[in-house]
Design a protein around this ligand. Structure first.
Ligand code: ATP
Ligand code: PRP
Length: 211
C-alpha cells in the first residue's frame, strides 16, 4: 500500500495532473466528499486529505509515504529528515514583507525602530529580519494577515503573495521579497527503502510530468 498526503484546494488541484501522469486517478473529489481517505483507480494507492501544515507530520511519522507541501510549510515545520526529491513547480508564489500603502518602510528600517510584524511564518520571518540585523516583535497569526496593519496590530506582515490582488484590495504594498515559494514532493525515508519498487517509478513519473 502507498499513501499520499495532500491538502484540499490548490495543492490537490495542482497535484492532480501529476498524479494522472503517474497513472493515479482519485475516485472521489475532496471538495465534494467528506471522506478523508480517498481510494484511487489503483487499489494499492490511497490519498489522505490533511491540513497543508500537517502534511510533513504525516510523512515524517510514516502515516503517509509521500506528500506534497509548500516550501513555506516545510521551513516552518519541525519535521526532520524528510527526503525532498522534487520541486513540483506548483503553488508558486513569493514570501514577502508588506506594509500599508504610504508607510515608509525604508525610513523605518534605517531609523532602527523596532517593527511589529504579524505572520503565520514566524521561523521564516525571524531568520529574514535577523539576517538584516533588524529587531522586530513577531506576532503569530493563523490567517488573514492583511488585517494586521489595517487594524494597528502590526506595522508589517510576512505572507505569501501571488497575484498581489489581496494586498491591493486591502491597500497594502509589498516592500521586500524574502524568497520564492513552490511545493515539493516529500517522501518518508524508511518507506523509500522498503517500498522503492513502487515509490521510485512514481517519483520518475512526476519528474517527467513537470518537465
Ligand atoms: P493551512 O490550511 O494548514 O492553514 P493554507 O491555508 O496555507 O494551510 P493553502 O491555502 O491550501 O493552505 O496553501 C497551500 C500552499 O500553497 C501554501 O503552503 C503555499 O506554499 C501555497 N500558496 C499559498 N497561497 C498561495 C497563492 N495565493 N498562490 C499560490 N500558492 C499559494
Ligand atoms: C494566500 C495568502 C494571501 C493570498 C495571496 O491566502 O495568505 O492572502 O493567498 O494571493 P494573491 O497575491 O494572489 O492575492 P489564501 O488564498 O491561501 O487564503 P487563506 O488565507 O485562507 O490561506
Amino acid at each position: 500500500m502507498i499513501t499520499i498526503a495532500l491538502s484540499k484546494g490548490r495543492i490537490f488541484a495542482d497535484t492532480l495532473p501529476l498524479l494522472n501522469a503517474a497513472g493515479i486517478t482519485p475516485l472521489d473529489d475532496p471538495e465534494k466528499s467528506r471522506k478523508l481517505i480517498l481510494d484511487t483507480n489503483r487499489a494499492e494507492v490511497k490519498l489522505v486529505i490533511v491540513r497543508a501544515s500537517d502534511v510533513p507530520t504525516y510523512v515524517q511519522y510514516g502515516a503517509a509515504d509521500l506528500g506534497v507541501a509548500g516550501k513555506d510549510v516545510l521551513l516552518e515545520s519541525d519535521c526532520m529528515g524528510l527526503y525532498q526529491p522534487l520541486d513540483l513547480q506548483i503553488g508558486t508564489c513569493k514570501m514577502m514583507v508588506a506594509v500599508r500603502e504610504g508607510f515608509d518602510y525604508v525610513a523605518v528600517v534605517k531609523s532602527g525602530a523596532r517593527l511589529n510584524v504579524a505572520t503565520k511564518y514566524v521561523h521564516i520571518a525571524r531568520e529574514h529580519f535577523a539576517k538584516k540585523g533588524m529587531h522586530v516583535n513577531l506576532i503569530k497569526l493563523y490567517g488573514s494577515m492583511e488585517l494586521a496593519p489595517l487594524t494597528g496590530l502590526a506595522d508589517a506582515i510576512v505572507d505569501v503573495v501571488s497575484t498581489g490582488n489581496t494586498l491591493k484590495a486591502n491597500k497594502l504594498m509589498a516592500v521586500e521579497e524574502i524568497m520564492p515559494i513552490s511545493s515539493r514532493l516529500i517522501v518518508n525515508r524508511a518507506a523509500l527503502k522498503l517500498k522503492r519498487d513502487q515509490i521510485q517509478p512514481m517519483i520518475e513519473a512526476f519528474e517527467r510530468a513537470i518537465q
